[in-house]
Design a protein around this ligand. Sequence first.
Ligand code: GTP
Ligand code: MG
Length: 383
Amino acid sequence: MGISLEKTILVGIATSKIKLWQAEEHLQELFRLAETAKAEVVQTFIQRLVAFNPATLIGDGKLLEIKEALEAHEAKMVIFDEELSGSQIKNLENKLPGIKVLDRTGLILDIFAKQAQTSESRLMVEVAQLEYFMPRLTGRWTHLCRQHNGGIGTKGPGETKLETDRRFIRKRIQFLNNKLKQIESIRQRQAENRSDVFHVGIVGYTNVGKSTLMNRLTKADIYTENKLFATLDSTTRKLYIDHEHEVILSDTVGFIRKLPHHLIETFKSTLGVVAYADCILEVIDASASDFSEHLEVTQNVLEQIIDPKTPKIHVFNKVEVLEAPIRQQLLQKFPHIIQISAKENIGLEILKKQIQKETKKFYKKRKNQEKKAHKSSKSWVST
Ligand SMILES: Nc1nc2c(ncn2[C@@H]2O[C@H](COP(=O)(O)OP(=O)(O)OP(=O)(O)O)[C@@H](O)[C@H]2O)c(=O)[nH]1
Ligand SMILES: [Mg+2]
């Protein structure tokens, strides 16, 4: 369902819970997502709502306005920032004939599908897509299963046809999940094999500079770009933090707000590498006005993946773009967060010292554990 070069209109929603300024920020992010998917945004709308309209999310008046704008721009697609149910998509497409209706998740999935490089991320994206499309199988999406199945009939999608399609999708999801489990167990074995080396997982919201930092620290050559989800697959590199200590660093996929459940599941697998990390390095974009919301989103996903006892190092990246007084304020408010600029090479020595500190703690603990194990095996022999 590639949406490259398609003209599109974006729709954001403000409610009593989502303030107008927040809705504007979310819409800006949706704009960047649409750009990443290479769609051409021709106009944006924000509707203030007291309550969502269950049938079409937004009211008929706004819908008419959007219809006129679509006609004026000769655009054929509209993307909503909120998640739409299958019936809402169907109702919206009935009211906007000939227009493709998408929501944020659909858009993110389109980007994931375009950017998945390895067989693992392709498998994960396919599972997430199928789970997303299943409840939306109300006609339009059926072409997807036909694509995979090479022809469960080409007639119009009657109810029986939809049932066959759903059954096919469920089977396919099961098949893909089994394959993913195999990959996961390989990864687990790999993690066990190198469990004697200190492993740091770099995490954070999308576009905060994780890959840039990883490249700086390890002289790796990971693709970085000013776009969302530049990285989908984890990359792992070795780093000698000093003469004695070796560290493994992993760069991972970025987080984003409003991730629905099955996408979080996908993230969990992609982030499997982080689940085995001995330390988490969380990168925050200090230049983003909504970084505290980014922190919340990251926290929510991380909670589901890592052991809460895993040590964490926090860094504010991109600080070179901030005025000195703002940096000072941040320092006062968040004294434990190290201020760095991966781009301008600022604060990286302090960060390395912190990593070194955690590294030493890890190896010391490991040594003590070995000693203990050695002692207990000896006492077992002597009794
Ligand atoms: N001003 C400034 N920009 C930076 C800094 N570090 C990274 N960037 C820019 O931020 C953008 C995103 O950088 P990436 O390293 O790709 O970010 P990421 O967190 O890996 O992003 P995803 O893989 O998309 O989640 C790029 O345009 C970088 O050049 C920094 O210290 N200062
Ligand atoms: Mg990246």
